[in-house]
Design a protein around this ligand. Structure first.
Ligand code: ZN
Length: 309
């Protein structure tokens, strides 16, 4: 199958307001889409990314009010990492500290510096300072110089009880290739191997089994260029004996879902049509966007959702 890297990561939050404030004000991402969970229109589906929501920059949340915290661990996408320019971590340390974010000491991983912290729900995030070329433009934020800004994903870390089967699926069927191994971690990439493509497999015996809840990742989506490539991927996933969903229309992309052998939910999403399909780029995220089936209930839905600002 033809995959280009990561498309988006979707995680679970417990408070929409705190979530939006953290990702837009503190991290400086753009709220690019304010919609509802298509399977549960009483909750938001919030999307954050760069100025147009380029695939590979998009972190999304289902904020379920009052939801209990999950437990990060094996069988989950354990950490989500963003690409920032080399030598920008001192800026981020200072900024995050000033916002009361607890930070781990900067670590080195595969020769790059990594700053680890969590969001307001305990979701594990990392900033990876990389000198690898990354032409993606960060969203403009008044307090974050463009040279310091988040450019999109660097990669995700999948925590696994053992890596063999997941490694096999990614490399034999999903087009990934191993490029490095260090300690408990194996790094895979796909396509051009640029930031936004990496998947690290982490086998750390000290990690508990993950439990889904607030502050954990719900699924990881991979990019495929178009519907034709997605059809091929669907056939291939089914031929492996994995239980794949039919193609779902997610308005901004088309998706299929399946679980990899250790239980992590994977999605393959098309690059098109993108987030400008229902509102202009200049005003992305400004208004609650509903899919046609929920438009008749707009007043009721709007009244039930918390105001974000
Ligand atoms: Zn998704």
């Amino acid at each position: 199958m033809k995959l280009l890297g990561l498309h988006h990561v979707t995680a679970i939050a417990s408070d929409a307001r705190l979530n939006a404030a953290f990702y837009t004000n503190v991290l400086g991402l753009r709220l690019i889409k304010k919609t509802v969970n298509f399977d549960d229109p009483s909750t938001y589906h919030l999307y954050y990314g760069d100025h147009v929501g380029t695939p590979g920059s998009v972190l999304t949340f289902f904020p379920w009010a009052g939801l209990r915290r999950g437990r990060p661990g094996t069988g989950q996408a354990y950490a989500t990492s963003f690409s920032v320019a080399a030598d920008t971590l001192p800026f981020w340390e200072q900024r995050l500290h000033a916002h009361g974010v607890a930070l781990k000491p900067i670590a080195t991983r595969f020769g790059e510096s990594v700053l680890t912290f969590t969001d307001t729900d305990g979701l594990i995030l990392e900033l990876v300072a990389t000198s690898a070329p990354d032409p993606r433009t960060p969203w403009a934020h008044p307090e974050i110089a463009q040279a310091h800004g988040i450019r999109g994903f660097h990669g995700v870390t999948l925590a696994l009880p053992e890596a063999t089967r997941t490694h096999g699926l990614l490399t034999a069927s999903m087009g990934y290739r191993q490029i490095a191994a260090e300690g408990l971690r194996t790094r895979l990439t796909v396509g051009d191997g640029a930031p936004g493509t990496f998947v690290d497999l982490l086998v750390d015996p000290s990690l508990p089994r993950g439990l889904q809840g607030g502050g954990t990742v719900h699924h990881v989506a991979f990019r495929t260029p178009d519907d034709a490539a997605q059809s091929v991927a669907l056939e291939e996933v089914r031929a492996l004996g994995l239980n794949a969903s039919p193609v779902m229309d997610r308005n901004y992309f088309h998706s299929i879902y399946y679980r990899e052998p250790e239980g992590i939910l994977f999605e393959i999403a098309t690059d098109a049509p993108g987030f400008a399909i229902d509102e202009p780029v200049e005003s992305l995220g400004g208004k609650l966007m509903l899919p046609p089936q929920y438009e008749p209930q707009r007043a009721e839905i709007e009244a039930s959702l918390p105001k974000l600002s």
